[in-house]
Design a protein around this ligand. Structure first.
Ligand code: HGY
Ligand code: MN
Ligand code: MN
Ligand code: MN
Length: 423
C-alpha cells in the first residue's frame, strides 16, 4: 500500500508578511497604528496588481472577467488534468472605507499561500486549484454587496448594477467606475466562462463566537438571510426659529423614529438591524430638514421572520405618515440574499481538515456576515472556514487575528482542498 503522501505545512511567516505588506496599499494611518484601506478595487488597483504579479510568479494562469473577478489557476507540474475546472479558493480584496487588514484579503492571500505550499511540496493533485479575488464584495462604494460573485453565479444581471441607484456615490461616478470595472477583463462574467469544481473560503469570523467558545476553527455550514432597504422620508423644509413645533413636517425627526424602530424590532426578533447610511437635508442648522434618505441592513437566519419584519417596517412608516400630516415615505428592497446552506460534502471536507489540524478545537456554525461563498454556493459545492476575530471587531481598523490563527486557518484551507480533490 503506497504510504499516505506527507501533507505540506503552510509557511506562517510568509503568509503574515504578505498580509502586512498588502495592508499598506491605499492605507491611511488611523487609530492606534491600525491600518485601513480605501474601499473597492478601483481605489485598490495596487493590491489587485500585487495579487496578479504574485500569482504569475507562482506560474498561475491569470484570467480577469467582465466584472473584474480575478482567477489565478495553478495546474501544477505534469498535471495532465489541467483541462478540468479548478477547485476555487476565493474571497475579496476590497474593504470598507474604515476597514481592517484581514476581512477578505486573508482568504485571497491564504489561497496564494496554499498554491505555493503545494507547489513547493511537489504534491500531485487530480485537479487544478485557483486563488480568486471576487470584485466589490463589500458593496461599500457601489451598491449590491458581492457584485462580482453574484454576476458570476448568474444570480444578478450586470445591467442590474448599472440601474441600482447608488446612495453613497453620485450616480455618474458609480456608472463610470462600473463601466471601468465591468470591462476590466476579457472573459464574460459567468460560471460557464470560468467554471469551478468547488469553492472554499477562509475568512475571519467578525464576531465573538469562536472566542467565547474557545475554539480555533469555525466549520461554516451556511449564511443567514439578509436584505437592504432604501427608505425616503419627505417632509417640508421650514424656518427653525419661526415654525411652531405642532405644524412641522420634520423629516429628520421621522427618520430618527424609524432608526429606533429598526433597532428595537431587530432586538426583539434576535436579528440584526442597522442603519449605516443616512443622507439628509441641507446641513443648515437653522432649517427644518425636508428630506432624508436612509438605508437599512436587515439580517436573520429565517426568511419568514425577515418577511414579518419587512411588513413591520411598512406599517411603521404608515404610522409616521398618519402622525404628521403631509409627511410622505417610500421603502424599497434594493438588495437581498436568502439564507444559504453549504454543500454537505464540501462542509465534510472542512470538518475533516479542521479535525486533522486542531483536533476538537473546532465548531460548526452559521455566518452572520455576508460572503462571496453565499453566491458561489448557488452554482458549485461551497464551504467556509472561520478563524477568530479579536473581540469580534471588524469593518474597523482595529480588526485583528494572530499570525498563528491566520496560518492555522490557511492549513485547514489547504487540507480541505486536498480532501475535496481526492473525493
Ligand atoms: O456586510 C457584510 O456582511 C460583508 O462584510 N460585506
Ligand atoms: Mn468579507
Ligand atoms: Mn466585510
Ligand atoms: Mn466575503
Amino acid at each position: 500500500m503506497a504510504p499516505e503522501p506527507q501533507i505540506p505545512r503552510i509557511n506562517e511567516q510568509r503568509l503574515w508578511d504578505n498580509i502586512m505588506e498588502t495592508a499598506k496599499f491605499g492605507a491611511l494611518e488611523t487609530v492606534e497604528g491600525g491600518m485601513n484601506r480605501l474601499s473597492l478595487n478601483m481605489d485598490d488597483k495596487q493590491v489587485r496588481d500585487w495579487f496578479v504579479a504574485r500569482a504569475t510568479e507562482l506560474g498561475c494562469a491569470v484570467r480577469v472577467d467582465a466584472m473584474g473577478n480575478i482567477f489565478a489557476t495553478w495546474s501544477g507540474p505534469g498535471n495532465d488534468r489541467s483541462d478540468l475546472p479548478p477547485i476555487g479558493m476565493g474571497s475579496h480584496l476590497d474593504t470598507q472605507p474604515l476597514g481592517g487588514r484581514f476581512d477578505g484579503i486573508l482568504g485571497v492571500l491564504s489561497a496564494l499561500e496554499v498554491i505555493q505550499t503545494v507547489k513547493e511540496s511537489g504534491l500531485r493533485l487530480n485537479r487544478p486549484i485557483a486563488a480568486i479575488d471576487w470584485t466589490n464584495e463589500e458593496g461599500a462604494r457601489f451598491p449590491a454587496m458581492c457584485s462580482g460573485s453574484s454576476v458570476w453565479a448568474n444570480a444578478r444581471d450586470l445591467s442590474d448594477l448599472h440601474n441600482l441607484a447608488s446612495l453613497t456615490e453620485p450616480l455618474e461616478t458609480m456608472k463610470s467606475e462600473l463601466e471601468k470595472i465591468s470591462y476590466l477583463g476579457e472573459t464574460e462574467c459567468s460560471y460557464k466562462a470560468n467554471p469551478l469544481a468547488g469553492h472554499f473560503e477562509l475568512h475571519i469570523e467578525q464576531a465573538t463566537h469562536l472566542e467565547e467558545t474557545k475554539k480555533h476553527i469555525g466549520i461554516v455550514s451556511g449564511v443567514q438571510g439578509m436584505r437592504w432597504y432604501e427608505v425616503n422620508i419627505i417632509g417640508r423644509e421650514g424656518h427653525a426659529g419661526s415654525t411652531p413645533m405642532n405644524v412641522r413636517k420634520d423629516a429628520m425627526v421621522a427618520a430618527a423614529k424609524m432608526i429606533l424602530h429598526v433597532e428595537q424590532i431587530a432586538r426583539k426578533n434576535e436579528g440584526f438591524g442597522t442603519v449605516g447610511f443616512l443622507k439628509a437635508g441641507s446641513d443648515a442648522p437653522n432649517t427644518i430638514v425636508g428630506e432624508v434618505r436612509l438605508m437599512i441592513d436587515l439580517r436573520h437566519p429565517s426568511e419568514q421572520v425577515l418577511d414579518e419584519i419587512e411588513s413591520g417596517f411598512k406599517a411603521f412608516l404608515c404610522s409616521l405618515e398618519s402622525e404628521t400630516k403631509g409627511l410622505r415615505t417610500t421603502i424599497k428592497r434594493s438588495w437581498e440574499n436568502a439564507a444559504v446552506k453549504f454543500d454537505q460534502d464540501a462542509v465534510a471536507c472542512v470538518a475533516y481538515a479542521a479535525e486533522s489540524v486542531c483536533g476538537d478545537s473546532q465548531t460548526v456554525m452559521t455566518s452572520c456576515a455576508a460572503h462571496d461563498s453565499a453566491e458561489t454556493a448557488k452554482v458549485v459545492p461551497t464551504a467556509m472556514i472561520f478563524i477568530p476575530s479579536r473581540d469580534g471587531i471588524s469593518h474597523n481598523p482595529k480588526e485583528y487575528s494572530t499570525p498563528a490563527q491566520c496560518a492555522e486557518g490557511a492549513q485547514v484551507l489547504l487540507e480541505s482542498v486536498l480532501k475535496y480533490d481526492a473525493l
